[in-house]
Design a protein around this ligand. Structure first.
Ligand code: GLN
Length: 189
């Protein structure tokens, strides 16, 4: 199994490291050919406006959409989750629009725009997952096909839809690999 990490901007190195520690073959993706050679894709955190613009300019956005529609697993964290959303509240920025979720960028305000919180994530077992939130978005609403996997203070922070996963926090900045392993389980069957 070959996992690609979109490497145009943002925290891609940390995802590559985490996936390697999970035992995967991991590849940086910047070009269409690189995207075509992987079985799944991680879209890291960073700046969603920048990543969105670059993937449109490089012609990657259409390929990601097409492959995801045909079942390629995709995992977006933070800015990556913003890019997966069908709707970004108050913004016309380019998005992949693959998941039936509505997100608000930078939802936690300036003073607390970065924080850590223990999250209850039942699909990962009973131990809390360390949530690292950095100028994080919030998922305000999900459609019928999307499943909420975790909330924090009544806001939605982790959603699955088919083989796509969106986290508003940064699992790659912790040593806890459970969410990466959970994503890798999408490749079974
Ligand atoms: N605030 C950023 C955005 O909306 C996301 C921050 C992050 O990925 N850590 O693009």
């Amino acid at each position: 199994m070959r996992i690609g990490v979109l490497a145009v901007q943002g925290a891609f190195r940390e995802h590559i490291e985490a996936l390697r520690r999970c035992g995967c073959a991991v590849f940086e993706v910047r070009k269409k050919e690189e995207l075509e050679s992987v079985d799944g894709l991680v879209i890291p955190g960073g700046e969603s406006t920048t990543i969105g613009k670059l993937i449109s300019d490089f012609g990657l956005a259409d390929v990601i959409r097409e492959r995801a529609k045909h079942g390629m697993p995709v995992f977006g964290t933070c800015a990556g989750a913003v890019l997966l959303a069908k709707e970004i509240i108050g913004s016309e920025q380019p998005t992949l629009g693959l998941m039936d979720i509505r997100v608000r960028r930078n939802a936690y305000g300036r003073q607390v725009d970065s924080f850590e919180a223990d999250l209850e994530v039942p699909v990962l077992g009973s131990d809390p997952f360390p949530g690292v939130f950095i100028r994080a978005p919030l998922i305000e609403e999900v459609g019928a096909d999307a499943e909420v996997l975790a909330t924090y203070k009544q806001g939605i922070v982790l959603v699955r839809q088919g083989k796509m996963l969106a986290a508003t926090f940064h699992p790659e900045l912790t040593s806890d690999l459970r969410l990466h392993h959970y994503f890798l389980s999408f490749f079974e069957n």
